[in-house]
Design a protein. Structure first.
Length: 190
């Protein structure tokens, strides 16, 4: 059966860390590469981390109905999930894994229904989330402030997800995620 795994979380919760871990330990999974209008950061590459496209190209894709969902996650920064990406992964017989913001996660769950397992990664506290964002050292103080404020609102949507995993101890969170995904996609195929 065609299946998808949706990961959402406030920025700094550890979602990227847990998505990467899942991809390493569960070979059936393939990451859905989103489109974004933001600039690449650090070692990010085109068509690996994201399809980095211009606002005009993004608008063009909206008009072609190419997205399952898209959001303006931060001011003037658009992110969208391509229908073609999902089909490509399913055609290989693999399970799609999405890393999207909280609103996007809720839209994807509505769209895919029973085919989807939606997982909300929760930080142990807002203070710890802020500490992680600071120690990650990828964002300036203003960006961190915006992300922390946004996190407080995003946490109120956790109950809309199939599963909530609190990422306190990282090794425990990894084990929990691995077991949730494996049981959803079926032990026999893992
Ligand atoms: P997100 O993708 O949700 O923004 P990241 O995966 O980038 O979050 O994690 C944010 C920072 O917190 C990273 O520096 C990461 O190494 C660290 N981190 C992730 N999980 C934990 C954890 N359980 N305990 C402590 N630090 C963590
Ligand atoms: P970043 O800029 O840190 O890579 O991502 C910012 C946020 O956008 C993260 O929460 C990430 O999960 C989310 N995001 C990435 N791709 C998509 C997408 O296709 N749709 C939505 N709605 N959010 C996305």
């Amino acid at each position: 059966m065609k299946k998808v795994i949706i990961f959402s979380a406030p920025s700094g919760s550890g979602k990227t860390t847990l998505v990467k871990h899942s991809l390493e330990v569960i070979p059936e999974l393939e990451f859905s590469i989103s489109c974004t209008t933001r600039q690449p950061r650090g070692n990010e590459s085109h068509a690996i981390d994201y399809h980095f496209i211009s606002p005009d190209e993004f608008r063009q894709k909206i008009s072609e109905d190419a997205f399952v969902e898209f959001e303006e996650v931060y001011t003037d920064k658009y992110y969208g999930t391509l229908k073609s990406e999902v089909e490509k992964i399913w055609n290989k017989g693999k399970v799609v894994i999405f890393d999207v913001d909280v609103k996007g996660g809720i839209s994807l769950k509505k769209y895919f229904g029973e085919k989807a397992l939606s997982i909300f990664i929760e930080p142990p506290s807002i203070a710890e989330l802020e500490r992680r964002l600071i120690s990650r050292n990828t964002d300036d103080a203003e960006t961190i402030k915006t992300r922390v404020e946004k996190a407080e609102e995003e946490l109120t949507y956790a109950i809309e997800f199939d599963e909530i995993v609190v990422n306190d101890d990282l090794s425990e969170a990894k084990i929990k995620i691995e077991s949730l995904i494996k049981s959803f996609i079926g032990e026999a195929r893992v």
